[in-house]
Design a protein around this ligand. Structure first.
Ligand SMILES: [Ca+2]
Length: 245
């Protein structure tokens, strides 16, 4: 029989777990809200970010965009041959140099990102190199040191709970998934190994830092071609990235 002390400890632990779960729920809904407030394309009650929306979500500009439907996006912004040409360029550049270069800036409005793509990108940006390697290994379920589309899809199952089921993608979205095309090729049949995943992550970090640098220049009204910021802006950037003790 549990003693009063044990009951107290159990109640305290249950309380702590409930608080932690509540915090986690809060973080998840904040993330979802942020995703929706920056996503600009919608279809069948699903929301998608363009690559530019994703960068805007990091810099905080142009929040609460007007949603447009997938057909308007196709008519006004998306060009399949431009998109495929860009993807081929990324592939060839990686083969030649072992690195990716400003993927998001270059594709701009071409291609779409679903909510779980957004979460993966945030994970790539926020985790240390060690944690990043753990994330890769978690996705690589059969431990063959590559990730394929079916393993990537476990992310969707994980991040789209309850309702369930990984929703069938709208066929108009299917051929526009930026992250999956970069990782798995035009037909989603390739695999990505750790070196490629790592190179992509480094490129994303560089690209976001460059964007932040340019935002600081704009704030202080410095010409962005000068490649300079003031000591004050540098201090602001350092503080922004500082982890509270
Ligand atoms: Ca694998």
């Amino acid at each position: 029989m549990a003693t009063p002390n044990k009951i107290k400890i159990l109640a305290t632990s249950a309380g702590a777990i409930a608080v932690e779960q509540k915090k986690k729920k809060g973080r998840v809904s904040q993330c979802k809200e942020r995703f929706r407030s920056f996503a600009s394309v919608t279809t069948n009650n699903q929301f998608y970010m363009t690559p530019r929306d994703f960068i805007d979500s990091l810099t905080g500009i142009e929040q609460n965009k007007q949603y447009i439907g997938i057909s308007e996006y196709e008519q006004k912004y998306f060009n399949n041959s431009t998109f495929n040409k860009q993807l081929l360029d990324f592939k060839n550049e990686y083969a030649a140099t072992g690195s990716f270069n400003e993927v998001f800036n270059r594709v701009n409005d071409q291609g779409l990102l679903a909510y779980c793509d957004y979460l993966l990108l945030l994970t790539i940006l926020s985790k240390s190199e060690r944690q990043f390697s753990i994330a890769f290994r978690l996705l690589d379920q059969n431990s063959d040191e590559t990730i394929d589309l079916s393993e990537y899809a476990t992310l969707e199952k994980f991040f789209v709970p309850k309702s369930g089921v990984t929703q069938e993608l709208d066929e108009n979205v299917g051929n526009k998934q930026l992250l999956k095309k970069v990782f798995f090729g035009p037909d989603y049949t390739d695999t990505i190994n750790f070196s490629q995943f790592h190179a992509f992550a480094l490129s994303l970090h560089r690209e976001v830092l460059k964007k932040e640098f340019q935002m600081l220049q704009i704030e202080e009204d410095t010409n962005i071609t000068s490649y300079k910021i003031t000591a004050r802006s540098f201090a602001v950037a350092v503080l922004r990235h500082a982890t509270p003790a």
